[in-house]
Design a binder for this molecule. Structure first.
Ligand code: PLP
Length: 227
């Protein structure tokens, strides 16, 4: 087995244990393997052992890697988990099966327009800035209910769930519990929360999708500096 396959088995085992500890069915938790910065060869290691669900945070990077992989593995499911510029909405709708980072009205409008144009309806998650951090994307908790309603009713986006990235220096459980409460209140079934350092906590608090990168693929090279 490849090292990637070993890590996948380990993370899957820990997800199942956390689910069982919370009286949840492990099958109700989906592992999104976050392959950003890693090459297609690393993605293929996991495809070879049956994993099909991947996450990328940049449209351009995903365009370089995934069209070929999707052609070879038609049941591959690709999630966009990073910030999306409106001028990339068309590319995102064309490539991704799920868009987890709907975080503002202008983007909701752009996505609705491109879905109509392309006849393709990637499932959408609303990203919530649960920590109300000024530098972080996401809808503020106080604005969420109105935003969900606008996305569904005005823009007819296929909204299925909520996503959050808790502040690095805070107890993630509080943020996961808040996200779960907001999803329930809005009748949304899907909860994308939990990363390499806290996915077991997220599973205990109801995550249906955990986004795990470094625990599967190893450390990422340092981020490129954007001017
Ligand atoms: C990179 C990233 C992840 C995965 O992070 P790890 O700590 O490597 O598991 C999850 N969610 C988002 C939004 C990310 O950008």
């Amino acid at each position: 087995m490849s090292e990637g396959a070993d890590r996948l088995a380990e993370v899957s085992r820990r997800i199942a244990e956390a689910a069982q500890a919370a009286n949840r069915n492990p099958a109700d938790v989906t592992l999104v393997a976050v392959s950003k910065t890693h090459g297609a060869d690393r993605v293929r290691e996991l495809l070879d052992v049956g994993h099909r669900i991947f996450g990328e945070n940049r449209v351009q990077e995903a365009q370089g890697k995934f069209p070929e992989l999707k052609a070879a593995w038609p049941d591959l499911e690709l999630h966009l988990i990073g910030p999306l510029q409106t001028n990339k909405a068309r590319d995102a709708v064309a490539l991704f099966d799920v868009i987890q980072s709907v975080d503002r009205e202008k983007l909701a409008v752009a996505l609705a327009k491109e879905m109509e144009r392309l006849g393709r309806q990637p499932a959408c998650y609303i990203q919530v800035n649960t920590g109300e951090e000024p530098q972080k994307a996401g809808i503020l908790p106080k604005d969420l209910d109105a935003f969900v309603a606008a996305c569904r009713d005005q823009h007819q986006l296929p909204v299925v769930g909520l996503m959050c990235i808790p502040p690095v220096d805070e107890e993630p459980a509080l943020h996961f519990a808040l996200l779960a409460k907001m999803a329930a209140r809005n009748g949304l079934a899907k909860l994308s929360m939990g990363m390499s350092s806290d996915y077991e906590t997220a599973v205990r608090l109801g995550a249906t999708h955990v986004r795990v990168g470094s625990a599967l693929f190893g450390a990422r090279p340092p981020l490129p500096v954007h001017a």
